[in-house]
Design a protein around this ligand. Structure first.
Ligand code: ADP
Ligand code: MG
Length: 494
């Protein structure tokens, strides 16, 4: 891959060393397990959690004479993913053998794609809040088989091999070296996972290993030549990715500032120590003796095949975000939060439908998501339904409850359930907008506090104290706008 620098150095991300500033450069290879019922070249199940070696056919175990047969569904999923990454779909691609020995690789080679991958260049947009939008280039996406798993902790003197994963379809999604900080790397992983989940081409469950990242990290002087990189293998959480990059960049800077050089190598991140350690020196492509797999024909598509898949893509996060900004009048950042997953986006739309979009976004993000996060719940197990939350918002909009009472009401609906409008009736939570009633209370407070009445004439800030008194007497139920107007009139502050 020829390295091109597409970014302007951002001083915010520089790391200062003893000899000056440094910039981190990051490129990722993400392995994403294709969502499909069977494996890439056999009919075996891909189901997670089955007993060892339950999902193994003769093909997966590489019995002599077995022939791979391509699973069309996996091909469709890879193309759909390419379309979701706004990438070029290669109408002709080739499967190659990547030769290496491993006990859990019974074929002695992995079937992958080397020179002619199924998907070419694409891009992923990151929304970094106040730092704006950043485009991360995708170099390629290719299809390949997963290997099995060696198990070393079940017996004192033997290792076991589980081939359930052997032959499962993976998409390797290779980014350009376009990321410049651990924040961007985390945002990239999250965004990629969101896109895959929207498409339904990978479940994105990093803890279960269905999405894992090899993270290439190098450092250089800001805007300078690319440095030598190290690759941190198999990182399985967004948080660990950030920690691994921070550690690795610091390690490389220390070596360089001591006058040393970086060895290009493969490293592992240990979340327990927060450190990366060397695993092996970097292998080169020629070490693998790639050659086209003679058992498989090249994959060839016509335009109609690609067009049919393109037509049936769901609305993707970027498009959904743009639509949310446009039709609900909410900020790009709020929209980006709401589209993080499809269910949250759908929940928001159910609440916002026919209501004020900004108010709906505010309640969904700050009150509901905030509360769900605190309880470790996801939106599908929310005790407050979209209808109920919408009901609370309607009461605010109609002026029947204040924002503050609405929060109390939200709490009641959260813990006890019920219809918001009925709760407001039955618990007497209705806002007092009756000016006569408010005036009476205001008159009493003015009569009882001559000192404050005198003081507020020179210190208008004291008005807040009067508002507080009225609210106290009405249990927070007085309409704040009415209270303000009446107070100002009676105190002669207008
Ligand atoms: P290989 O397949 O040998 O690992 P590639 O050229 O395909 O090598 O690159 C692998 C990944 O490393 C890509 O994601 C790429 O963006 C990234 N990368 C390449 N050079 C650098 C560099 N100097 N610093 C950080 N990442 C890099
Ligand atoms: Mg690599």
């Amino acid at each position: 891959m020829t390295l091109v620098d597409t970014r302007t150095p951002n001083p915010k991300y520089f790391i200062s060393g003893a000899t000056g500033d440094w910039e981190i450069v990051i490129g990722m290879e993400v392995h994403a397990q294709v969502t499909s019922e069977s494996k890439l070249f056999s009919g075996s199940s891909t189901e997670f959690g089955n007993p060892p070696n339950a999902n193994v056919s003769f093909v997966d175990a590489a019995m002599p004479g077995m022939l791979p047969v391509i699973n069309e569904e996996c091909v469709r999923q890879a193309v759909r993913t390419g379309l979701g990454l706004k990438a070029r779909i290669n109408k002709r691609s080739v499967f190659d053998r990547k030769n290496y020995f491993y006990p859990d690789l019974p074929q002695g080679y992995q079937i992958s794609q080397f020179k002619d991958p199924i998907v070419g260049e694409g891009k992923v947009l990151l929304d970094l809040g106040e730092d704006g939008e950043v485009e991360i280039g995708i170099e390629r996406l290719h299809l390949e088989q997963d290997a099995g798993k060696s198990i070393h902790d079940q017996h004192p003197s033997m290792s076991f091999v589980d081939l359930n994963r052997s032959g499962v379809a993976l998409m390797e999604i290779v980014s350009k070296p376009d990321m410049r900080s651990s924040e961007e790397a985390r945002a990239y992983l999250s965004k990629l996972r969101t896109i895959l989940r929207y498409l339904g081409t990978c479940d994105g469950n990093m803890e279960q290993g269905s999405m894992r990242a090899d993270i290439n990290v190098s450092v250089r002087r800001p805007g300078g030549e690319f440095g030598t990189r190290c690759e941190i293998k198999n990182v399985n959480s967004v948080r660990f990715a950030g920690q691994a990059i921070e550690y690795e960049a610091r390690r490389q800077i220390d070596i360089l500032e001591d006058g040393g050089a970086i060895d290009q190598e493969t490293r592992l991140y240990d979340p327990k120590t927060g450190e990366t350690r060397s695993m092996r020196s970097k292998e080169e492509a020629h070490d693998y003796r790639y050659f086209p797999d003679p058992d498989l024909l090249p994959l060839e598509f016509d335009d109609a095949f690609i067009a049919a898949l393109a037509e049936n893509l769901p609305e993707l996060p970027d498009e959904k975000q743009a639509r949310f900004i446009e039709s609900y009048g909410i900020s790009p950042y709020d929209a980006s939060v709401l589209v993080t997953d499809r269910d949250s986006a759908a929940f928001f739309e159910a609440v916002a439908n026919g209501r004020d979009g900004k108010l709906a976004a505010n309640w969904v993000i700050n009150e509901l998501f905030g509360r769900l996060n605190k309880e470790g719940l996801d939106v599908n197990s929310s005790p407050v339904s979209a209808d109920q939350l919408g009901g609370v918002i309607d009461l605010i909009t109609k002026g029947e409850i204040s924002g503050k009472i609405a929060k109390d009401l939200f709490e009641i609906v959260w813990s006890e359930g019920g219809d918001p409008a009925e709760l407001v009736e039955s618990r007497g939570m209705k806002q007092v907008s009756d000016t006569g009633a408010i005036e009476k209370i205001v008159d009493e407070i003015i009569a009882g506090n001559p000192g404050q009445v005198e003081a507020v004439k020179t210190k208008p800030g004291l008005l807040g104290w009067f508002v507080g008194q009225v609210m106290k007497q009405t249990g927070g139920k007085a309409n704040p706008q009415a209270v303000n107007e009446i107070l100002k009139a009676k105190l002669g502050l207008n």
